[in-house]
Design a protein around this ligand. Structure first.
Ligand SMILES: [Cu+2]
Length: 130
């Protein structure tokens, strides 16, 4: 065996060792992900980051939410009937949201933005941006 062949074999072994480590790391990541995934499914679906309004029992909660300019507000329908989120001055409108469906809107400017559910117009709320 020549010297260069020997070096190549050493390099190859190091490469294989590194691949084995990466494989182990990938498996760990997958296993952790599966555990996390199971955990989330066992509990109420996570709301995630950012300001949220929950739609439940024919109400928006909180009915008034204050957020900074540029914030994205997410509405989640936790009711067992469909609702939507429609801006009173037509700035935004969600599709009809079935149970556990979400709608998000980013508010680029300051102001008070009133909205309602057009299916049940007595359901009202507002987003105060500023
Ligand atoms: Cu509604």
């Amino acid at each position: 065996m020549t010297n260069s062949e020997n070096e190549r074999n050493v390099d190859r072994r190091r490469f294989l060792q590194r691949m084995a480590w990466m494989g182990t790391a990938a498996l760990w990541t997958l296993a952790t992900g599966v555990v996390k995934g199971t955990h989330i499914e066992d509990t109420t679906p996570a709301l995630g980051d950012g300001p949220h309004v929950v739609v439940d029992n024919f109400k928006f909660a909180p009915a008034t939410i204050a957020v900074p300019i540029g914030a994205t507000v997410t509405w989640t329908n936790r009711d067992d009937v469909p609702h939507n989120v429609v801006s009173t001055d037509k700035k935004f409108a969600s599709p009809v949201l079935d149970t556990d469906e979400k709608f998000s809107y980013t508010f680029p400017a300051a102001g008070t933005f009133k909205y309602y559910c057009s299916i049940h117009p007595r359901m009202t709320g507002q987003v105060v941006v500023g």
